[in-house]
Design a protein around this ligand. Structure first.
Ligand SMILES: [Zn+2]
Length: 198
C-alpha cells in the first residue's frame, strides 16, 4: 500500500510528498487526515456543495470568505497568523505557494537537516489537525479560541505525539523547545507548560 501511495502524483505532475505525510511520527489518524486534505476529500463547504448541500458558505475562522481547502489552511487571516509564526520556527523563507498542497511540498524540503525537516513535518500535521478541530468547535459547539491559543495547542500536541512515539531524546527535545519558545509569542508558554501534554 505504501508503494502505491508513494507513486501518487501531485498537481503540477510533481511527486507526492510521501515522507512528509506518511513517515512523520504522529498518530495514524492524523496522517490519514492530512492525506485527505491533500486530496480535497474533507467536508469543507465547497465539497459539501458539490455533493448537493445548499449552504451559505462562510469560513468559521474569519467569517468573511468562502470555505475551501486552500482558504481554510492557507489564506484565511486566522491561519495566516499561525503560519507566520511557524515560518519563523523552521526558518522557512518561501516562496509561500498559493495552493496548500504545494505548500506541503515546499515545507517538506525546508532544511538540509533531517531533524529540522521532521520538525517541520510534525508542525504541518499538528497545524492541519488543530485548525480543523477549531473550525469544527466553532461550527458544531459554538466555541472559539484565539489564534495564539491554537498556536499553543499545535506546539503542545506535537510534543505529546513525539513523546508518545519515544523518538525525542533530551538533546532533540531541547532543540525543538528552543525553536518553539523563541517564536511563540504567548507570554504563558514556557518549557514546562509546553511539556505538560494536551
Ligand atoms: Zn477564513
Amino acid at each position: 500500500m505504501y508503494q502505491a501511495l508513494n507513486q501518487e502524483r501531485f498537481p503540477g505532475s510533481d511527486s507526492f510528498p510521501f515522507r512528509t505525510v506518511w513517515r512523520s511520527e504522529v498518530p495514524m489518524k492524523v496522517k490519514a487526515f492530512l492525506w485527505l486534505v491533500t486530496h480535497e476529500r474533507i467536508l469543507t463547504h465547497d465539497n459539501l456543495k458539490r455533493r448537493g448541500w445548499n449552504l451559505a458558505s462562510r469560513c468559521a475562522l474569519c467569517n468573511s470568505e468562502e470555505e475551501n481547502i486552500d482558504h481554510l489552511f492557507r489564506h484565511c487571516s486566522f491561519s495566516s497568523k499561525i503560519w507566520s509564526i511557524l515560518q519563523l520556527m523552521i526558518e522557512f523563507h518561501g516562496p509561500f505557494p498559493d495552493r496548500f498542497v504545494l505548500l506541503i511540498r515546499c515545507w517538506s524540503r525546508c532544511s538540509q537537516t533531517q531533524w529540522k525537516n521532521d520538525f517541520a513535518s510534525g508542525l504541518l500535521h499538528a497545524f492541519s489537525w488543530e485548525i480543523w478541530k477549531e473550525r469544527n468547535a466553532r461550527i458544531f459547539h459554538d466555541k472559539s479560541s484565539h489564534w495564539r491559543v491554537i498556536l499553543h495547542k499545535i506546539c503542545r500536541v506535537l510534543l505529546s505525539w513525539v513523546r508518545a512515539a519515544g523518538i525525542l531524546n533530551d538533546d532533540r527535545r531541547t532543540e525543538w523547545l528552543a525553536l518553539m519558545h523563541q517564536c511563540c509569542p504567548l507570554p504563558f508558554v514556557g518549557n514546562s507548560s509546553l511539556e505538560a501534554g494536551s
